[in-house]
Ligand binder design. Sequence first.
Ligand code: CLF
Ligand code: SF4
Length: 532
Amino acid sequence: MSANAAFVSIADLKKGRSAISEVIETGGGCSTTGGEGKASCGSSAGADDMPPEIWEKVKNHPCYSEEAHHHFARMHVAVAPACNIQCNYCNRKYDCSNESRPGVVSQKLTPDQAVKKVLAVASEIPQMTVLGIAGPGDSLANPKKTFDTMRQLAEQAPDIKLCLSTNGLALPDMVDEICKYNIDHVTITINMVDPAVGEKIYPWIFYNHKRYTGVEAAKILHERQMLGLEMLTARGVLTKINSVLIPGINDEHLIEVNREVKKRGAFLHNIMPLISEPEHGTVFGLTGQRGPTAQELKAVQDACMGGANLMRHCRQCRADAVGLLGEDRSEEFTLDKIEAMDIHYDLDKRRAYQAKVEAERQAQHQAKVDALDAALDAALIAGQEDLKVLVAVATEGHGRVNQHFGHATEFQIFEVSRKEALFVGHRRVDLYCQGGYGEDEQLPSIVGAINDCHAVLVSKIGACPRDELTAAGIEPVDQYAHEFIEKAALSWFTDYCGRVAAGQITHQARGDARIRQGAFTGAAGDAAELAA
Ligand code: CLF
Ligand code: SF4
């Protein structure tokens, strides 16, 4: 099949889903028992869905808990420049694309600089709970720098969770060190479990002082990834698997990847879209290998539901990202700025903030439970038991609809039904509001990014975008301003079903949407700027 061959159909993927359901029966992984494709201990799960010791590990990790990502921040330090493999979606002029946004270059740090930066960020941002090492190369191809940083942090900032990301080649040799420094979260990028597929993704690896190519390279990488995953599971380290969805190469295959990693105990599976802009100079970018559309990505993710728990809120961060997922405050913490800072690591202040978040989170949960009852009734009255619609939400964080339409650089996408408001992704867009006036030329691209949604929930919206969205069939909604997102989405759904039941509107399916490859939230250093 050529790289740009027709994408596997949604119907085909649904067939794959029944295969996954069979695997669930056999267990494996954390104790996932969810039916209807709902994972019981996945990224959208809560305290009641998993053993207390696992909840302790995930409750304030913004990548491992979807709920936590509204409240808690992570940061990366770019201490690991070298890499031991080559991926066709990576250009080593930039950061590792396995856990970072392609086309971005980070400021490299020594371990000492990195530790200082972490303490500086922790003293300024009490919601920063996780430190990750995700490049700019492979964290475990740079073991000395990675573990020197982790060792110092385990001593100096014991309340910060430690996390790393790797391609897995060196992983089996590093599991003891990972456990020694209490690194409780490890991401492995696994794009294939079949070396014949892997050969199309990895041209070479460097292993045991030797370069391997072709299917032999892919086979070694595959075996090392599986072994590393099994070893981490045996030691109680939570693992997340990142897979890059490459249409025509591993789309259907990712269902099998999901099954295999679940069998080996992976906690989460994060299926990310390939980003292959030609200007990034990657093999895939230069050969015209396209990334998936929004609905193609969702179809593969949906086909994997019921297998390993899915993460859908990944933002493909920078290797030096700082802040909530989706925001980037790295520019506030450059080395020269840190030098001028008065760093005071205040553990009490950090704990007080985290207690406040916990109270807010419980209120959010209760609001959702209340709104679900109304949604269930409304869907039944409208004869829409199986109705599922997407809504886009503008938010600045804290789990609330609290952003003006014109200020959004991304929309969070929720799939709403009588059963739940499920986070299913985000869409980056260009800013509509340009310093006091609306940039009408941006509107078509914003509409294109959320074209599969029935409504967009915002805190406020101007007349012009309101009219254009309405004309495109997307309902602009500001009546739930500052409410919790899930409650707002379910309340809108209840109202929508009511209007369908009253004959005021007819429900109609929406089309596909575009994943905007180039759009980004304004952090310095992305490829467009570098190319300029
Ligand atoms: Fe960083 Fe990765 Fe740890 Fe998160 S990111 S090392 S698990 S702390 Fe998170 Fe960023 Fe997605 Fe990674 S949103 S790219 S999944
Ligand atoms: Fe690039 Fe990361 Fe792949 Fe290495 S592992 S080639 S840094 S994407």
